[in-house]
Design a protein around this ligand. Structure first.
Ligand code: ADP
Length: 487
């Protein structure tokens, strides 16, 4: 047997309550009658009515307060107001309060039943519609969840199979995920790595150095070397709301190409040196063989200038070759500020000529580094020389030296043209000259490659911080002698 619908009567006037009860019973409804507020609360608690009829006054409270409380808990419950007299004011405020029906004297049984049935039918229709909507929305949410799950799987498959290595980290350097390439590169096999500290999982010193540099906000490119000769280029990039990503590409074959190219350049430079020395020698002899006219002297000077230029280039190339081959093994304690003095002396003339303000700031307790003083001098000469060369007249150059943890930091800052961000790693390559350099400034594009080789051979790091048009700062970090173990 179908369950009967329950109607709750909360009306003060017992004559009205009796009449309504009789009529509704007869029409096949269950009826519950309450006479005070606590009975109303417990009745609703026990069984939620399908409809409620509230009197204009009920248990000392007005209908609006009672109805509001019930609707707050059951917003879709149909409520009919029984008013002692019919006024448009009542009807209006019942509608505003969200009530479904309105009864007033003279009351007939038939009116009560009709109003109750009408209100319940509307509530049923509303309930059906609500259920349908909920079902539809749930189905669409499920569909969306299905799509996002399949998107996630797709993304995971792509990340897993790309040829570059990828490590995702949270802000505390714990691993969120690594792809297959990283597992193979670091021979992690199937070890569980998620949520572990990357420095525990991957013990490569270059990876640790990259993380340290990234923390300090320094440039995010870094070479990762392996004992078996493989070399990777790693980048570190923050990912908003996730953490950070480290990507790695195998550049071993590029390094090999670079080595072959260097070998070739070295051989050619070597073979060029003897004929160049001969040319310079014979040019000097020409002057001694007899008097030359003005034109001949002028041509000879030009020839000497050009041959000297080629000789310098060849010497720089040979020097670079020696550095790259690792022949530079001389090491002794070097106090950088002492070497700096000699360097600055050399540039004194140029500084004055261009009216450049040269400022030096050396920290008092600068520790020595274990280095080859000749190479350190060459490194400073190249960096300071560039700063002065590229800074226009009346500009500023400053050299700072300070301790940075267990390293000595050299910062050479200038007010020159700066270097575009996309070229900042390239300027350390052989022969690379930035596109925004002033045309009139001469150079071979080898100075910074020599600087990089010197810094690398001293286990240091060099990079540039610059914005085009806002000057450049070249930074060199060299391990201090103490940190080095003093050997
Ligand atoms: P070069 O002989 O051309 O000066 P380097 O290897 O010393 O060669 O420098 C490479 C390039 O880097 C330069 O050609 C120039 O474009 C850029 N560069 C180096 N130092 C500076 C600087 N202080 N300011 C602006 N650009 C610089």
């Amino acid at each position: 047997m179908a369950k009967k619908e329950l109607i709750l009567l909360a009306i003060n006037e017992s004559s009205v309550t009796d009449l309504a009860e009789k009529a509704l019973h007869a029409a096949g409804f269950d009826v519950a009658i309450v006479r005070d507020q606590s009975a109303l609360d417990s009745s609703i608690q026990e069984a939620i009515p399908d409809l409620m009829i509230v009197g204009e006054k009920f248990a000392g409270r007005d209908w609006l307060t009672v109805a509001k409380e019930v609707l707050e808990r059951f917003p879709t419950m149909p409520i009919i107001l029984y008013a002692n007299q019919d006024t448009t004011g009542f009807a209006k405020s019942a509608l505003k309060a969200g009530l479904s029906g309105y009864l007033y004297p003279p009351l007939k049984m038939e009116d009560i039943v009709n109003e109750a049935q009408r209100c319940m039918m509307r509530a049923r229709a509303l309930g059906d519609w609500l259920r349908r909507e909920v079902k539809r929305t749930t189905a669409s949410l499920q569909e969306k969840a299905k799509i996002s799950e399949s998107e996630r799987l797709k993304l995971e498959a792509i990340i897993s199979n790309i040829q570059d290595g990828l490590i995702l980290l949270d802000d505390n350097e714990n691993i969120l995920m690594v792809n297959q390439n990283i597992r193979e590169t670091f021979r992690l096999e199937n070890k569980p790595v998620t949520e572990k500290w990357i420095r525990d999982v991957i013990q490569n010193v270059d990876v640790h150095a990259l993380l340290d540099r990234a923390k300090g906000g320094a440039l995010k490119y870094h070479e990762i070397h392996f004992d078996d000769g493989r070399v990777f280029n790693a980048q570190y990039a923050p990912i908003p709301r996730i953490g950070n990503a480290v990507t790695m590409q195998d550049i071993s074959y590029l390094k090999e190409l670079d080595r072959l190219k260097s070998d070739f350049i070295h051989t050619v430079s070597h073979d060029l040196r003897s004929p160049l020395t001969a040319i310079l020698g014979y040019m000097e002899l020409i002057e001694r063989t007899g008097p030359l006219n003005e034109n001949q002297i002028d041509f000879l000077r030009r020839l000497q200038g050009s041959v000297q230029h080629i000789t310098n280039l060849v010497n720089e190339l040979l020097d670079l070759g020696r550095l790259e081959a690792g022949f530079d093994t001389r090491r002794e304690p070097v106090q950088l500020e002492n070497v700096l003095k000699y360097s600055l002396d050399v540039f004194d003339g140029q500084v004055k000529k261009k009216n450049i303000v040269l400022d030096t700031k050396i920290e008092k307790d600068l520790q020595p580094v274990r280095a080859n003083p000749i190479r350190i001098r060459q490194m400073l000469d190249n960096l300071i020389g560039n700063a002065i060369k590229y800074t226009p007249a009346d500009g500023k150059v400053s050299v700072k030296m300070a301790m940075e943890d267990s390293q000595v930091m050299v910062r050479i800052e200038d007010s020159g043209p700066g270097i575009p961000p996309e070229e900042q790693t390239r300027i350390f390559e052989k022969f690379y000259r930035a596109t925004n350099r002033p045309e009139s400034v001469e150079g071979s594009g080898l100075g910074l490659a020599i600087v990089k080789s010197i810094v690398d051979s001293h286990q240091g790091r060099v990079w540039v911080e610059s914005k085009a048009g806002e000057g450049s700062t070249f930074v060199v970090l060299l391990p201090a002698l103490e940190a080095d173990g003093g050997q």
